[in-house]
Structure formats: C-alpha cells, structure tokens
Design a protein around this ligand. Structure first.
Ligand code: HEC
Length: 152
C-alpha cells in the first residue's frame, strides 16, 4: 500500500470512530421499558430547589393606581374570596370547610410579605392553596397584588 492510500484510510477511520462511540452511548430503550418522555417545557420541580429564575418576574408591570386595584378586586372576588373571604369578612364558604382554615389576609405576617413573595405564592400555589399561574395572566396577578395592598 502506498503512503497516500494509507493516510486516506487512516483519516476515514478517524472520521468514523466518533460515530461508533455515539452509537454506543445512544439512549436505547430496554425491553419492557416505557419510552422516557421529556418533561413539559413549563414544568417546575415541586420538591427541592426550584431551578426557575423568578427574579425577572418579580417586578410588577402594573402601577398601584385606583383602576388597577379595582381590577384586582374583581379578580379577588372571583378567585380568592370563596376561601379567604372578602376584605371585610374573614373566610368564605370554601375556607370555612377547610381544616385548618386558610390564614386571614389581614394577618400581620401575610401583610408583611413582599409583592414578589405574594406573586410567587399566588403563581405556584402554597401548601393547600392552588396555583393560579395558568388561570390568571401575569398582569392580572399584579392587579390582584395591588388590591391586596388595601388589606394593609
Ligand atoms: C381553595 C381555597 C383557596 C383559594 C381559592 C385561594 N386560597 Fe390562598 N390559601 C388557601 C389556604 C388553605 C392557604 C394556607 C396554605 C397552607 O398553609 O397550607 C392559603 C394561603 C394564602 C396566602 C398566605 C401564604 C403564606 O405565606 O402563608 C396568601 C397570600 C393567599 N393564600 C392568597 C390568595 C389569593 C390572592 C388567592 C386568589 C388568587 C387565593 N389565595 C386563593 C386557600 C385558598
């Protein structure tokens, strides 16, 4: 074999080698094993450290003005009052049926929460409270939080 042919063969072999190792590492599915499905794009871990960067969303897009609070009140009465009661009554019909009942939103500990903390609790849910991320759009969640300021 002359040298040129040998060199070409060597180059071809080197080019093919990575392909062989890729095949070795392929994510094959074993017999009786269900195909692995990837998590939906918006999935967040419910236990352990939350890897989602919420900081960017902590900034309110809605200035705390009368019209915003008014919109927030509508949203509150539709989505929250059945559990947390209205601003003047503690506990709605559903809240009364829960043991232990949900905390009053007039509670000093809750009134001392930052807007970002409220946003996170409303969005992701909190303990027994449902998540509203898919039910209330981001700008409406901020209107709601502006309305919650009036509980202070
Ligand atoms: C199905 C009943 C229910 C609904 C609807 C509901 N909540 Fe709650 N909420 C709860 C319960 C129960 C807790 C207490 C959670 C726990 O400690 O396990 C809670 C806790 C909270 C807290 C306190 C979190 C903390 O740090 O202790 C806030 C703030 C709150 N809810 C706001 C809202 C807002 C705003 C809405 C409407 C968008 C809403 N909730 C709708 C039941 C509800």
């Amino acid at each position: 074999m002359n040298r040129a042919v040998f060199a070409l063969a060597l180059i071809a072999l080197c080019a093919l080698l990575p392909a062989c190792s890729d095949m070795h590492d392929q994510p094959s599915i074993k017999a009786q094993e269900a195909p692995r499905r990837s998590a939906p794009g918006e999935a967040v871990p419910v236990r352990g450290k939350v890897a989602v960067d919420w900081q960017g969303q902590y900034v309110s897009s809605e200035p705390d003005v009368a019209s915003s609070r008014q919109r927030g009140e509508e949203l509150y009465l539709t989505n929250c009052a059945m559990c947390h009661g209205t601003r003047d009554t503690y506990l709605g019909a559903v809240g009364k049926a829960l043991t232990p009942p949900p905390p009053s939103l007039h509670d000093p500990r809750i009134r001392s929460l930052s807007d970002g903390d409220l946003f996170k609790r409303i969005s992701l849910g909190f303990g027994r409270m449902p998540a509203f991320e898919r039910l209330i759009p981001v700008h409406d969640r901020w209107h709601l939080i502006n309305y919650l300021h009036s509980f202070r």
